[in-house]
Design a protein around this ligand. Structure first.
Ligand code: F6P
Length: 318
């Protein structure tokens, strides 16, 4: 009988629970023994494994966060940490590990595979910055940000104010770009493109010239200090400017149908792949068609943002 462990790692993402559920239920359907690991790689090092049943993943498909809990493990980056984790799986005769997480977690899975544990990754991060795939959690995060933008637009138009809205995405502007285009933002600042503050001011002035007193500027986290940007805009336009930082609210909440379906398909594909006797890959895809990509290729690749959308935003926001 094949034995599989599953864990979630790194920043949580809505839809992780749907992926856990799919791994556990497909595993049991395929006569495997499935173990849930608590608190990501930290829990794997500490030997926190529990045998899962059909019932242990009941009533979680609609819930945000991760029922298995998560961590950003420093210890797993060391040889000793990975060795301890290996022993905990090896002692129980578990030869397969499914890691649900972002780029750092996939790198961890790849390093772990070198010790001889079949390591399978499922991409989950709100940032959507993993190569060859859409990530579980991105769709929900964008919709959460979009809802906030819509609400802020109401008050911005009522008061004729400029709003700077900071969204998440440390090194990747995909949430900012997608939510910004969908929310009709006047300017979008992302890490992939050098911020052009002159253009931000021009856009605001163009709006004022045609009688529009409000403006929405979306800034990806870390691109520009938002309080400095506020002072700069206020000084250069003479218009009242407010800042709203959305922060971790983008990580929580009920996953959208898109994220639940993606997570269900990827979770099932991961276990099918293990059942076929295949190894060390990430389950990649954009919809219900999932394909395996070797972990090595994922580690070597780096995602480039589709900048066509930036051009669309530039033309449409006037
Ligand atoms: O990786 C997802 C993410 O939410 C990034 O967008 C953000 O920069 C980071 O995690 C925040 O991490 P933490 O929750 O550890 O502060």
């Amino acid at each position: 009988m094949k034995k599989v462990a599953v864990l979630t790692s790194g920043g949580d993402a809505p839809g992780m629970n749907a992926a856990i559920r799919a791994v556990v239920r497909t595993g049991i359907y395929r006569d495997m023994q499935v173990f849930g690991v608590s608190h990501g790689f930290e829990g794997l090092i500490a030997g926190q494994l529990t045998k899962m049943s059909l019932g242990s993943v009941a009533d979680i498909i609609h819930r945000g966060g991760t029922v298995l809990k998560t961590s950003r493990s420093q210890a797993f980056m060391t040889d000793e940490g990975r060795r301890a984790a290996f022993e905990n799986l090896h002692n129980k005769g578990i030869g397969n590990l499914v890691v649900i997480g972002g780029n750092g977690s996939i790198k961890g899975a790849y390093e772990f595979s070198k010790l001889g544990i079949n390591s399978i990754a499922i991409p989950a991060t709100i940032d959507n910055d993993i190569v060859y795939t859409k990530s579980i959690g991105f769709d929900t995060a964008v919709n959460t940000a979009l809802e906030a933008i819509n609400r802020i637009r109401d008050t911005a138009t009522s008061h004729g104010r400029i709003f700077i809205i900071e969204v998440m995405g440390r090194d990747c502007g995909e949430i900012a770009l997608t939510a910004g285009v969908a929310g009709g933002a006047e300017s979008i600042l992302i890490p992939e493109i050098e911020p052009d503050l002159k253009q931000v001011i021009e856009k605001i002035e163009m709006g004022i010239d045609r009688g529009k007193l409000h403006s929405i500027i979306i800034v990806a986290e870390g691109v520009y200090p938002v309080m400095e940007l506020k002072d700069f805009i206020q000084k250069n336009t003479g218009h009242e400017t407010r800042v709203s930082i959305l922060g971790h609210m983008q990580r929580g909440g009920m996953p959208t149908a898109v994220d639940r379906i993606l997570a269900s398909c990827m979770g099932k594909a991961a276990v099918d792949y293990i059942a076929e006797g295949r190894s060390n890959a990430m389950m990649a895809g954009y919809d219900i068609r999932i394909r395996p990509v070797p972990l090595q290729e994922i580690i070597r690749g780096s995602k480039t943002l589709e900048l066509d959308l930036f051009e669309i935003a530039r033309i449409l926001a006037r």
